[in-house]
Design a protein around this ligand. Sequence first.
Ligand SMILES: *Cc1c(COP(=O)(O)O)cnc(C)c1O
Length: 227
Amino acid sequence: MEKNISGSTIKKNVSNLLESLPGGTVLIAATKTRTHDEIEAAIAGGVAIIGENYVQEAEAKFAVLKDKVSFHLVGHLQKNKVKKAVKIFDMIQTLDSKELAVFLARECEKIHKVMPVLIEINSAGESQKSGIDIGRAEELVREVMKHPSLSLEGLMTMGPASSDDEAVRSAFCATKGLFDRIGSTYPQLSNWQYLSMGMSDSYTTALSCGANMVRIGTLLFGPRRMR
Ligand SMILES: *Cc1c(COP(=O)(O)O)cnc(C)c1O
């Protein structure tokens, strides 16, 4: 069993990290498995957005924390969870198929919501299942653009699970290249602005490749407990 780190340590970790990030970088606190108290401590340190992986887990946190923090979905979205997800989340970072775009757009229309979305890129190639391949991303961009209830605002990627810094860098920098290409090819994407990449062990590499949104869990809260 890991020892929980205290609320005051979490708060200090958050403010230290916020101070060290380049200006304009958006911090997403990755809060899967974390308790309401741990998240409250992070909010006290300056966290304004949390990233959740599972709709059901987010739902419980939303009931308690909805007035204190924004919610981003950073885990894979299943079609049967879309209806719930559109009520909870302020951004879906993991849009990765045309089919999901259509589903998501329809549920957003029903509740008269325009949902900010990021397209998730599978920048690591075959080793990872979530995200769309770089070569197919533009096709998905054009689909998302057809839906007024979706606001396409950028890209998200996990990168390779590998600890090989060169592999991680090459995946992140390739995603940055795609981010720039899409931004210049489709100037009508007026909210195109976020490049979400980098976690606790890779965010400095991600920032050096041009990330402006980082998703950090362990560095703020300590090692995760088993689910
Ligand atoms: C858990 C998670 C993170 C943060 O990971 P850490 O290594 O704990 O910083 C970032 N992004 C996603 C999608 C995650 O699931």
